[in-house]
Design a protein around this ligand. Structure first.
Ligand SMILES: [Ca+2]
Ligand SMILES: [Ca+2]
Length: 387
């Protein structure tokens, strides 16, 4: 009897293969047990000497939490622009980036949707000297607006690159199947990664066009802000601080979610392709010049990808250099590893959250935060089990 049981257990272990033990190695811990947000979509830190973590609530508010050591941590309202933000579904205050020289100039940049007309705005705000208390909502300077033909697919991330330029993730405008073919239309800003220089102005623009942007000075009518195109709804882009690589998670249409390494001037395929498959046309599409994802997964594993970061923290050494991302719907969190030539080497499931993952954040020490959305808007930390 005992032996039978043992061999049964052995058979179960063998059948389960390697996937189960990998998932069991990680868990999430509530980073701020006393703190809840309505709908957190960003958690951003800045080298402001104060160790603060800034959390964006989709409704149009930014809060900050004090650095470690100050407990219990309570969020302080930093900026409230809910009077001008149209929130709900995929709309709202969606992105926050601090100027690399924030400590000196107090500038930070946001991406939000507004209505009448339905638009996306990229705006700059200015924190008063010393960065104490609340930021004046009247300190807004609107840098860039673009029309949103539909309420969904607004992208939303803004982030500074190692080159000091501001990168903006822009969705294809929305609906389904990109009916206006915005992703491939380089006369439009929709369905693109944009790159602008916020430290200068150019003609009527409140920003500059970097001289080496792919369409700088073009005569074809292409938008000079474009850095890369052919994206559907990049829900989070991030730079790997160490390699300078720009990562994008692009939400799929009917079948496939994808991760891309964004190169200047690259065409990432949408709507000609959904990840590695033809989409429109559905067969024999022209793949010439299209850049395929470094990784993709089908709707067997999730329905809407949420991009994260290449882990450069210290707490979980074995995740060093791996891209951590999730699926919003399935709650699965994975680690993707590239090899020396930038191709996929491994993709490992770390855990399944049991709640929708809206985003990832980085604290002052480059440690990873997982943002829970829907029901309880919580911030979690990823831990190795027993750590
Ligand atoms: Ca839209
Ligand atoms: Ca693609």
């Amino acid at each position: 009897m005992r032996l039978q049981k043992l061999s049964y257990l052995l058979a179960v272990v063998l059948l389960m293969g390697c996937a189960a033990p990998a998932e069991a190695q990680y868990e999430l811990k509530d980073a701020y047990p006393s703190v809840e947000f309505d709908r957190p979509v960003e958690a951003v830190s800045v080298n402001d000497g104060q160790g603060r973590l800034y959390v964006v609530d989709q409704e149009g508010k930014i809060f900050w939490l004090p650095g470690s050591g100050e407990t219990p941590a309570q969020p302080t309202l930093y900026l409230d622009i809910s009077d001008r933000v149209k929130a709900g579904g995929e709309m709202g205050l969606l992105g926050l980036a601090f100027h690399p020289d924030f400590k000196r100039n107090g500038y930070f940049y946001v991406n939000y949707t507004t209505d009448n007309p339905l638009q996306t705005r990229i705006s700059r705000f200015k924190a008063a000297a010393g960065n104490k208390g609340q930021v004046d909502p009247k300190s807004e300077t609107i840098l860039l607006t673009y029309e949103q033909p539909y309420r969904n697919h607004n992208g939303g991330k803004v982030t500074f690159g190692p080159d000091g330029y501001l990168y903006i993730a822009v969705g294809d405008g929305g609906s389904g199947g990109d009916p206006q073919n915005n992703g491939q239309d380089r006369t439009k800003l929709l369905g693109k990664i944009l790159r602008i220089d916020v430290n200068t102005t150019s003609g009527n623009l409140k920003y500059g066009i970097p001289a080496d942007n792919p369409y700088a000075g073009n005569t074809e009518g292409y938008r000079e802000e474009i850095y890369a195109y052919g994206l559907r709804n990049p829900w989070k882009i991030s730079f790997d601080e160490e390699t300078g690589r720009l990562w994008a998670a692009d939400v799929g249409q009917n079948k496939i979610e994808e991760i891309d390494i964004i190169e200047k001037g690259g065409n990432y395929g949408w709507r000609i392709m959904e990840a590695s498959e033809c989409f429109d046309p559905s067969r024999n599409c022209d793949r010439t010049g299209l850049i395929l994802p470094v990784h993709e997964y089908t709707h067997a594993d999730g329905v809407s990808i949420t991009g994260g970061f290449v882990y450069r923290g210290k707490a979980i050494p074995e995740l060093q250099g791996k891209y951590i991302y999730a699926d919003y719907v399935s709650g699965k969190v994975w680690a993707l590893t590239l090899n020396g030539s930038g191709k996929k080497a491994d993709n490992t499931l770390l855990l399944t959250t049991g709640f929708p993952v809206s985003s990832f954040g980085l604290d002052q020490d480059n440690e990873l935060l997982v943002l829970g959305y829907g029901g309880e808007g919580k911030l979690y930390r990823l831990h190795g089990k027993g750590e």
